[in-house]
Design a protein around this ligand. Structure first.
Ligand code: UD1
Length: 420
């Protein structure tokens, strides 16, 4: 078993390069399956979810070749099955995009119910309602989602809530639907825009991505192309919070500052300086950290994927802070582990409250999911003494070179292997 060991209370200083966006990569790589030709994707994060997805696409018959650590060439021309590999597809959430891609291109897809982080019940009913509106038949049996259609026909689809996954999945399938599809109450996250830009580059006709109404005019086939993925908003935010929690001074580079506005505003409320350049942000404290209230929401609201990291930071600030999780119904499981490090958070339903002024003290803890793992690392970086974090495979699903990037900023952090 691998563990991350941190000796905390070192102020982190320096520059860190941010990689490509995980959730954009996990949508664009399956979208390339729809192309039927050769696509080259640049700036992919070198993380386990991307490798598992590339393996899952190879199992469909495609050829996937990493030209370097961050560049993947996908030849989807040789795909010869619409049935996804069970073990690989259940390792991550984003395998659900194979439904839209294979349904669009071949009229049929069998993909197991997806895996991914456990934030309570995570249905995919909006995805399926969307496919049905396009004329597909959807069946759930023996843990598999089976969708098929003689022909997809454009439709008006209203999403009950702006689901990221449903928006992207329906958009990918609708690329091949005859006529026009309109997705209303669509999600607006940067990776929706990135996926639409990629699909448009290879011949799709999508407009409105980034707004709550997306229009897709169907095409018969897609071509080939080379595309560079946007920087990761959540990796960026994690290092920005690291600067604040360790009383350090970090510049996050190769980013889109606009994507960070919801976090930047909160850090400024908390007494941090956030200096903005064209593709970087510099973060450092400007006095004692002040508490504030945070409510997660859909983009451009505060991202739920930064909620655990932010709640951890708020524990160390002065005064009472209230964190409200509106996107998922069970995203506070990590708090029991955070309490081992001394967090003073009280949870009631979808709200967590801290009175602040917490000084974390090192302990042995375990990540319960990807971003909770990041939150525990942040607490460990701020903690007095040694923190050992287990279940690090969660972190490897979503953060590239996590320890070495923190080490380059001055953290005392290592990965060890220990027999159980
Ligand atoms: C994606 C991201 C995840 C992020 C989340 C919200 C990927 C691979 N994962 O997850 O990191 O935390 O967006 O930004 O990109 N819902 C339904 N039915 C559905 C779909 C969603 O009820 O068919 C509900 C969910 O339970 C949740 C809410 O809608 O309460 C939002 O979920 P959604 O935006 O779809 O998140 P994911 O695509 O699962």
């Amino acid at each position: 078993m691998e563990y991350i060991v941190i000796n905390g209370q070192k102020p982190l200083k320096g520059c860190v390069q941010i990689g490509g966006a995980k959730n954009a990569a996990l949508a664009i790589v399956p979208a390339a399956v729809a192309s039927g030709g050769v696509c080259i994707i640049d700036n992919l994060p070198d993380i386990n979810d991307v490798h598992n997805l590339a393996n899952a696409i190879e199992k469909l018959g495609a050829t996937c070749r990493f030209l370097d650590k961050h560049t993947l060439e996908i030849n989807a021309g040789s795909i010869n099955t619409h049935i996804a590999d069970y073990d690989l597809a259940t390792k991550m959430r984003a395998s659900y995009y194979l439904l839209g891609a294979l349904l669009g291109r071949f009229g049929e897809a069998h993909v197991p119910m997806p895996g991914g982080c456990d934030f309570g019940y995570r249905p995919i009913d909006y995805h399926l309602k969307g496919f049905e509106a396009l004329g597909a038949k959807c069946v759930l049996e023996h843990g598999w989602v089976k969708v098929s259609a003689e022909k997809l026909i454009g439709a008006e689809i209203y999403l009950d809530c702006p689901s990221v996954g449903a928006t992207i999945n329906i958009m990918i399938a609708a690329v091949f639907a005859e006529g026009t599809t309109q997705i209303e109450n669509a999600a607006r996250e940067p990776h929706i825009v990135d996926t639409a830009n990629f699909l448009n580059m290879i011949g799709a006709k999508i407009s409105g991505a980034g707004t709550d109404i997306i229009k897709i005019n169907g095409v018969e086939s897609l071509g080939c192309g080379r595309y560079t993925i946007i920087p990761d908003q959540i990796e960026t935010g994690t290092y920005m919070i690291a600067a604040a929690i360790t009383d350090g001074d970090i510049t996050v580079k190769n980013i889109i500052p606009k994507h960070m506005d919801p976090l930047t505003a909160k850090l400024r409320d908390m007494n941090c300086q956030v200096e903005e350049g064209p593709d970087y942000l510099r973060v450092y404290r400007d006095g004692e950290l002040k508490g504030c209230d945070v409510r997660t929401s859909y983009y451009p609201g505060f991202p739920t994927d930064l909620q655990p990291q932010m709640a951890t930071l708020l524990c160390t600030a002065s005064g009472t802070s209230v964190v409200t999780e509106t996107v998922f119904n069970n995203r506070f499981q990590y708090i029991n582990e955070l309490k081992r490090l001394g967090a003073n958070l009280k949870v009631d339903g979808r709200t967590a409250v801290t009175k602040g002024h917490c000084v974390f003290t090192g302990a042995q803890v375990g990540a319960t999911d990807l971003r909770s793992g990041a939150a525990l690392v942040l607490a460990g970086l701020a903690a007095r003494g040694e923190t050992t974090i287990g279940n690090v495979y969660h972190l490897d699903r979503g953060y590239e070179c996590f320890e070495s990037k923190f080490r380059s900023l001055g953290a005392d952090i290592t990965r060890i292997e220990r027999d159980e």
